[in-house]
Design a protein around this ligand. Structure first.
Ligand SMILES: *Cc1c(COP(=O)(O)O)cnc(C)c1O
Length: 220
């Protein structure tokens, strides 16, 4: 199999093609390289190839590998893309630059408290459970617009984006379209949607960032 660095350049090229085909501006889409389960030694060559934006889905795993990498490469932007427990809000605010998975009042309140306490302000997105799957995190689509408004008015969080993970066994297009529609209603600019199997589709539906892991690092 090709190396992670080779795959990284392949994905970058495919993103550029998808932007062009969708009539989007070159560079409109940010690649978030998802490095969960891979070690700092696996990740470092991709950073050295020029990548700076990464995603992890567990706070504890990220704490074990990213502080050293961030010290070596201060312009790294780290995204939390997995569920956040309220007892990890402190660690999450300290380490992450974007938290994509706010989906309930308690998390919003804890984040707001930590942001005020630490004087550090990660960007915040709301996760939407577009397929209303019982086992999946995210706010219900019909509650999303009001939840974004409450995050802003009650908790003072500057919500910048929405994020979704469509059901694995469905055509993702309608889910991406739904997230895009909700972002307009909620007045947020960023759309985090699309993974290894469907990032080109997500770009056609307006993704501003795509989260790609296995297409770069191989299967987990
Ligand atoms: C693991 C993960 C990804 C990356 O998935 P791949 O299919 O490996 O690209 C994207 N988003 C979230 C939320 C994830 O947990």
């Amino acid at each position: 199999m090709a190396s992670a660095v080779e795959q990284f350049f392949t994905v970058k090229a495919k993103i550029a093609t998808a932007e062009r085909e969708a009539g989007r501006k070159a560079g409109a889409v940010t690649l978030v390289v998802v490095s969960k389960t891979f070690s700092a030694a696996d990740i470092r060559p991709v950073i050295e190839a020029g990548q700076r934006v990464f995603g992890e889905n567990r706070v504890q795993e990220a704490q074990a590998k990213w502080p050293v990498l961030k010290e070596d490469f201060p312009d790294i932007e780290l995204h939390l893309i997995g569920p956040l427990q309220s007892n990890k809000a402190k660690e999450a605010v300290a380490l992450f630059d974007v938290i994509e998975t706010v989906d309930r009042e308690k998390i919003a309140a804890e984040l707001a408290k930590e942001i005020a306490r630490q004087g550090r302000s990660p960007k915040v997105y709301v996760q939407v459970n577009t397929g209303s799957e019982p086992q999946k995190a995210g706010i219900e689509p019909r509650e999303a617009v009001a939840f974004v408004a409450r995050c802003r008015s009650v908790h003072g969080l500057a919500i910048e984006g929405l994020m979704c993970i469509p059901p694995a066994d469905e055509n993702p297009g309608p889910h991406f379209a739904l997230l895009e529609k909700l972002s307009t209603k909620a007045g947020v600019e960023k759309l985090s949607m699309g993974m290894s199997g469907d990032y080109e589709t997500a770009i056609a539906f307006g993704a501003t960032s795509v989260r790609v892991g296995s297409a770069i690092f191989g299967s987990r």
